[in-house]
Design a protein around this ligand. Structure first.
Ligand code: BGC
Length: 577
């Protein structure tokens, strides 16, 4: 390794030699295979940027900040649900799929945003929520009023036991508490129960009903006709239940690895996606899907993929893997092998709006999350995070992610190195998980705190100056050092690292050949893709890097004497030129 090449942080304004300007999609917008190698940025719209000063992010705010996404160099955005919604679960309770929630803007604003993204070279994925509607959706209000056709679109069942007083089965909602709520008939007497895998305000649809299937095909067309490039599919593994709705061996619906549940991953769900693929393929260019499917293994996940099914599905095992080379390598290997068998790219992701931010995940002990029945939020109660360590590991983890073949999703704020906000006062928490577990699970608000853009104090440019309302969740004052403004010209910042990494990925990694593992010391993951190499050290000791390698980018400064320090990743150009 040439020691002269050890400086990992070229000045942010310096173009990386041979790399086109940012706006990764700019040159590739006509490429119909874009979805195989894209970097997609998840916009949690409620927390991205507030254009009208009500403390809630919106379309106007997003439009005003598209320059940030161009400078970052992403190919596409995935926007969390922006439809009309009572917001009982932050928009995953949709009351009208064909318009925007007024808090976010009008349908015309949405259409203008799609056009604005396209003009900026950025594709747009929306988030379709097909497992359930809001209880304020016209279908469900008609069902409660007794309309038989409307009732048949949901899962109403009589209760068990004397008077039907017990729920129809033992399933426990993902958010805590029973997965069934009893209705009251129009004459005031107790009636049937309805199923909700999530909150009571999110009644599950019956996907055996052809009217449900037709309606969602039509909703897809509605947005495809408006230029949307594809959809992330919410709870893609949940639409079809075991028709008998039997008791479950493990009543909890909260995802537990490798334990089958009659609500999840039933074979019948694939017919839905075959039909959706036909709809997507009828457009020019074809539209694409990414599934949120929590299933027991990469092999089960691959069943959602293929030329007649979905294009991509998140590899959540990668997100859930501890900071440990053995797990990383195993997860990457299995994910790539199973996706490749059906001709699909792997879809790597380290964060989203449901999971503890990676800076905080990596800042605590690293149990075997893949085998653990508990989610990490519960597992870590009381353990103080070492955020400097977590940040160092998160910076290394993104270099690992972006060097892998396939698609990468980034979650807004990870490019700033934001941590999970764990001290939100109980009275400000909004995630239904918090209320439905009586506060034993803090819920997901901590990864949803509005972004810090500029300035020295909240709202950090999230809302316009002089706004009447504070951000909908409180921002930590310490984020003054993590704003876009404070990082954009700092060569050592996490934002600079992300910008450099996306440029190099667009220029070099996306065209590189398949991955070949390299024998490397315990505690490291190392692979080559042609003349490019990626080394990641999650062990406790520094390791020597290959001779004759030139450093393209490193997540933390390297040590000329010893090579790659712990909790650091490096991209190499092999061959010594
Ligand atoms: C979404 C969550 C949402 C749930 C119910 C998911 O998996 O990502 O944010 O609460 O589906 O729609």
């Amino acid at each position: 390794m040439s020691t002269a090449a050890l400086d990992p942080t070229p000045a942010p304004s310096d173009p990386v030699p041979g790399v086109p300007p940012p706006g990764g999609a700019g040159g590739a917008i006509a490429d119909v295979e874009w979805w195989r190698t894209a970097v997609v940025y998840q916009v949690y719209i409620r927390s991205f940027a507030d254009g009208d000063g009500d403390g809630i992010g919106d379309v106007a705010g997003l439009r005003s900040r598209l320059g940030h996404l161009q400078a970052l160099g992403v190919d596409a955005v995935w926007i969390n649900p922006w439809y009309a919604s009572p917001q009982a679960d932050a928009g995953y309770d949709v009351s009208d799929y064909r318009t925007l929630d007024p808090a976010y803007g009008s349908l015309a604003d949405g259409e203008a945003l799609i056009a604005g993204c396209h003009a900026a070279g950025i594709r747009v994925l929306l988030d379709i929520v097909p497992n359930h509607t809001s209880d304020e959706h016209a279908w469900f209000t008609a069902a409660l009023a007794g309309d038989p056709a409307a009732r048949a679109r949901y899962l109403f069942r009589p209760g068990r036991g004397p008077g039907g007083d017990a729920p129809p089965n033992n399933w426990q909602s993902t958010f805590g508490g029973p997965a069934w709520t009893r209705t009251t008939t129009p004459d005031g007497t107790p009636g049937d129960w309805y199923l909700h895998l999530f909150a009571p305000k999110q009644p599950d649809l019956d996907w055996d009903n052809p009217e449900v299937r037709e309606e969602f095909a039509d909703i897809l067309r509605f947005w495809f006709d408006r230029g949307v490039d594809g959809f992330r599919i919410d709870v893609a593994h949940g639409l079809v239940k075991d028709a008998a709705l039997p008791d479950a061996a493990h009543p909890e619906l909260r995802f537990r690895h490798s334990e089958p549940h009659p609500a999840w991953d039933q074979d019948g769900v694939h017919a839905v996606y075959r039909a959706w693929r036909t709809v997507a393929d009828s457009y020019d260019p074809p539209r694409v899907f990414v599934a949120e499917a929590w299933v027991a293994s990469p092999e089960r996940l691959a069943r959602y993929l293929g030329a007649d099914r979905l294009h991509t599905a998140f590899q959540f095992d990668f997100l859930r893997a501890p900071w440990d080379a053995r797990w990383q390598r195993e997860v990457i290997d299995r994910s790539m092998a199973s996706a490749a068998q059906v001709g699909s790219p792997s879809t790597w992701v380290l964060a989203n709006h449901d999971m503890t931010r990676q800076v905080t995940r990596y800042a605590r002990c690293q149990p075997d999350f893949l085998a653990e029945p508990q989610w990490e939020r519960d597992r870590w109660a009381g353990e103080t995070p070492d955020l400097a360590l977590g940040t160092r590991r998160a910076r290394a983890a993104v270099l690992l992610t972006l060097a892998l073949p396939g698609v990468a999703y980034l979650y807004q704020g990870e490019e700033l190195g934001l941590e999970e906000v764990e001290d939100i006062p109980a009275g400000r928490r909004q995630d239904p998980t918090f209320a439905q577990t009586a506060g034993t699970d803090l819920g997901r608000d901590g990864c949803r705190v509005p972004l810090p853009w500029s300035g020295q104090a909240p709202p950090f440019g999230f809302s316009p100056p002089g706004s009447a309302e504070a951000p909908w969740l409180p921002q930590p004052p310490s984020w003054r050092s993590l704003t876009v403004q404070s990082q954009q010209d700092d060569p050592a910042s996490t934002l600079t690292l992300y910008r450099q990494a996306l440029r190099l990925r667009a220029e070099q990694w996306v065209r590189a050949p398949d991955l070949q593992w390299v024998d490397s010391p315990a505690g490291t993951v190392a692979f080559n893709r042609g003349s490019l190499g990626c080394w990641v050290n999650s062990g406790g000791d520094p390791v020597a890097l290959p001779r004759r390698a030139r450093v393209l980018l490193a997540s933390s400064p390297l040590d000329p004497a010893t090579g790659l320090p712990p909790d650091t990743a490096v991209w190499l150009h092999l061959g010594g030129d």
